[in-house]
Write a protein that binds this ligand. Structure first.
Ligand code: GDD
Ligand code: MN
Length: 394
């Protein structure tokens, strides 16, 4: 493909003169090189050593298909993006998207798929755990026309996860699949797979409803699709990671549970709101513990309560900054300006909550109901305003 330029064309390769060259080419050159039939999207976070190997393997596995690979990198510290750019400079089949101020596997995959002009897109990991030799068969199944989505599965007959997983991971993975199957009625043997291929139009249809966080983009796509998808599965052996380490941690597991709740509630309760709520509940415990401690140490109620509130607020802010909004995390001096914003917004939330519960109590004098109403209004206010202001998307 890269050599398809007609010989009579005197225009130098675009890399020689930079972007201006493209504008000076005549239009027939554009039609001479149609876009690829298949885009393979590969999210990366510190995968420098794996990237060149993967490109080599893709070239071998996709021989005969007009493919491209898009690496979507969340500003890796190990220079993954530089490696991608070097490869892309030498080979048109390689592209890269460099994201800054953002984190999240699902969001990265989505962005890569949306950047593609190919009718068929695939997602796979960079770490060579996924067997790239499955890709050509997956492509054939979709191009035949009677399949919308092909999932490479570790659990169907013939597939295997034993090599790439430790014992705990293997059991956790099975449990997650059971939950997805029974709660969301998703009938796939491996809805957690990070290795799949689908028609571009399926992505376009569900994109606005997808969560940006977490690892579970496939489950999210299937659960969010309004039209039933024609799904096929093909088994493969999940290999060991070659270089680097896994990014799946406790937060990823929590995000997964959050996704289940979000989808069960028809997207009413978002993963982020759940995390915000759980942090707030932990904050109440911190508040009471500090209050008790200060009172035991001889402080009178008002200063003890003030100290407890300040501690709980700083706790809530720090945890939300680290987990709930990890993709928009405030660092350096922005950490402290964020704390001030958080404190300001939450004090409005507090006032609103107290106001609402007092009014409520006058017409319906049940303390717990009035208390809950106030707490609900306060938390929703805190969540909505802090999402929009303190941790706004930049
Ligand atoms: N851009 C970007 N941003 N990429 C990320 C991020 C992120 O925040 N987190 C992880 N990645 C990339 C990694 O660099 C790797 O290419 C791929 O996403 C998968 O990450 P791993 O850290 O290797 O995940 P894993 O092997 O533990 O998990 C595998 O199994 C899960 C199911 O159990 C993956 O296949 C997951 O997709 C799958 O859900
Ligand atoms: Mn992996």
């Amino acid at each position: 493909m890269a050599t398809a330029t007609p010989e009579a064309d005197q225009t130098p390769p675009s890399s020689a003169n930079g972007p201006l060259t493209a504008a000076t080419r005549n239009s027939s050159d554009y039609t001479a090189q149609p876009g690829p039939e298949l885009t393979v999207v590969v999210p990366t976070l510190n995968e420098r050593a794996n990237v060149p190997l993967l490109v080599e393997r893709l070239a071998e596995a996709l021989d005969g298909i007009d493919w491209e690979v898009v690496f979507v990198d969340d500003n890796s510290k190990d220079g993954t993006m530089q490696v991608v750019r070097e490869l892309a400079g030498a080979n048109r089949r390689v592209r890269g998207i460099h994201r800054i101020f953002r984190r999240g596997l699902s969001g990265a995959c989505l962005e890569g798929m949306l950047s593609s002009s190919a009718p068929i897109v695939a997602v796979m990991d960079a770490d060579l755990q996924h067997d790239e030799t499955c890709l050509s068969e997956m492509f054939r199944l979709i191009r035949n026309g009677d399949t919308d989505l092909v999932v490479a599965t570790r659990y169907d007959t013939g597939g295997s996860a034993t090599e790439g997983f430790g014992d705990v991971r293997a059991r956790g993975s099975k449990l997650a699949i059971q939950l997805a199957k029974s709660l969301l009625k998703v009938d796939m043997s491996d809805p957690m797979s990070g290795f799949f291929m689908l028609r571009h139009e399926v992505v376009d249809a569900v994109a606005p409803r997808l969560s940006q966080q977490g690892f579970k983009i496939l489950l999210d796509i299937v659960a969010s699709s309004r039209a039933p998808l024609r799904i096929k599965e093909i088994p493969y052996r999940f290999r060991q990671r070659l270089h680097g380490e896994s990014k799946l941690d406790a937060t990823v597991v929590l995000e997964y549970l959050g996704l289940l709740v979000a989808k069960l509630s028809g997207d009413l309760v978002s993963t982020r709101f759940l995390a915000f709520g759980m942090t707030g509940s932990a904050g109440v415990i911190v508040h009471l513990a500090v209050l008790r401690l200060l009172l035991l140490n001889g402080l009178s109620f008002t200063p003890a309560q003030t100290g407890a509130m300040l501690t709980a607020m700083t706790f809530n802010y720090t945890v939300n900054n680290a987990l709930t909004y990890r993709d928009r995390r405030r660092t350096g001096w922005r950490f402290f300006t964020g704390l001030a914003m958080f404190a300001g917004l939450c004090s409005f939330g507090l006032a609103a909550g107290v106001g609402i519960s007092s009014v409520f109590y006058q017409s319906e004098p049940r303390w717990w109901l009035a208390g809950l109403a106030g707490a609900a209004v306060g938390s929703i206010w805190n969540y909505v305003t802090n999402s929009a202001i303190t941790w706004r998307a930049r």
